[in-house]
Design a protein around this ligand. Structure first.
Ligand code: SAM
Length: 324
């Protein structure tokens, strides 16, 4: 798969994604995380199919116009959240798909642009919103109570020094609001010296804030059931995630969908899966990881994990005993 529409984002695990999605002529696919369009371009090139592509970032959708022009009538771009895919698609008359792909996280376009405020390596406004609405990271850092801030850093950053960092943030903001990435990173580094891992002490806190600002885990929770419900018989769901919190949600959902674990209760928002449990089979017995050559060429691929699920082509019940 040669052509990538931008040099800004190198698609991760592209070959593995394509082989799990297996696009076919006449098929209808959703790329829920359009980004730089690398996945969408690859799917459009692999088969004479139609792709709907969602991204919550207006800049990503605007960039996609060039790709849409290259595949007239075959790529439909939608600005919105993949957690609302069902309503976004039904508003466009789409009720069934042959495949859904999610490549969760931020794109290099976003990380590498200091003005977006995702990176502690460059200075910029402390924003971190993938879309244009909702509270920024600066809003959280300057308004959350110290305990709430510490809980957030611990839950979404798995930051063991969360209490110490929250205390330092509250002290620093009492002097002046924290409005830039460099100042926040400086506050964190002042109480958490680098360890031998070489990982910047600000890494986990920035991750936690980004997850909260964009409600990333809630988005994934909302999206998986909707994606599964959109799949036609034989349709496939492929998810690439970049940290263990996301992967855990994806893994649990997929395993439950195959009927291997207790189905969620009727009161669970994913209750639809209870009815359809065992209507799916895993295409990946365990998460696929990027090959060594890929991580050597693109260090951002290092933590990627890919999991895939297929709605069984046969009637319900045929799933019993389905092998991964
Ligand atoms: C890792 S990039 C995708 C890269 C893409 N697969 C490619 O090959 O260029 C993730 C993209 O998903 C978008 N995104 C993340 N969460 C989203 C959500 N909940 N709804 C819609 N888009 C989202 C981000 O704005 C970003 O552009």
């Amino acid at each position: 798969m040669s052509e990538t529409p931008s040099r800004g984002h190198v698609p991760v695990m592209l070959a593995e994604m394509l082989s799990c999605l297996a696009p076919r002529g006449g098929g209808r696919y959703l790329d829920g995380t359009f980004g730089g369009g690398g996945y969408a371009a690859a799917i459009l090139q692999a088969a004479d199919c139609t792709v709907w592509a969602i991204d919550r970032d207006p800049a990503a959708v605007a960039r996609g116009a060039a790709l849409a022009a290259r595949f007239p009538g075959r790529l439909h771009l939608i600005e919105g959240r993949f957690g609302a895919m069902l309503s976004l698609l039904s508003a466009r008359g789409v009720a069934e798909l042959d495949g859904v792909v999610l490549d969760i996280g931020v794109s290099s376009f976003q990380i590498d642009d200091p003005a977006r405020g995702f990176s502690f390596r460059t200075d910029g406004p402390l924003d971190m919103r993938m879309g244009g609405d909702g509270p920024t990271a600066a809003d959280l850092v300057n308004t959350l109570a110290q305990d709430a801030l510490a809980d957030l850093l611990f839950a979404f950053g798995e930051e063991r020094a969360s209490r110490r960092i929250a205390r330092a943030i509250v002290a620093a903001r009492a002097e002046a609001p924290i409005t830039t990435t460099a100042r926040l990173a400086g506050v964190i580094r002042s109480v958490l010296p680098p360890d031998r891992s070489g990982i910047d002490p600000a890494t986990r806190s920035f991750q936690a804030l980004r997850i909260e600002v964009n409600q990333e885990l809630a988005e994934i929770e909302a999206a998986l059931g909707q994606a599964a419900s959109l799949l036609a018989p034989g349709g496939r769901l492929v998810v690439v995630s970049f940290h263990s919190l996301e992967d855990r949600i994806v893994k649990r959902f997929m395993v439950e969908a195959t009927g291997r674990a207790p189905a969620p209760s009727r009161h669970d928002p994913r209750g639809l899966m209870a009815r359809e449990a065992a209507g799916f089979r895993l295409l990946t017995a365990r998460a696929l990881r990027p090959r060594g050559e890929e991580t050597a060429a693109n260090p951002r691929a290092r933590s990627a994990r890919l999991r895939a699920l297929q709605r069984l082509p046969a009637p319900q019940g045929a799933a019993e005993g389905a092998a991964p």
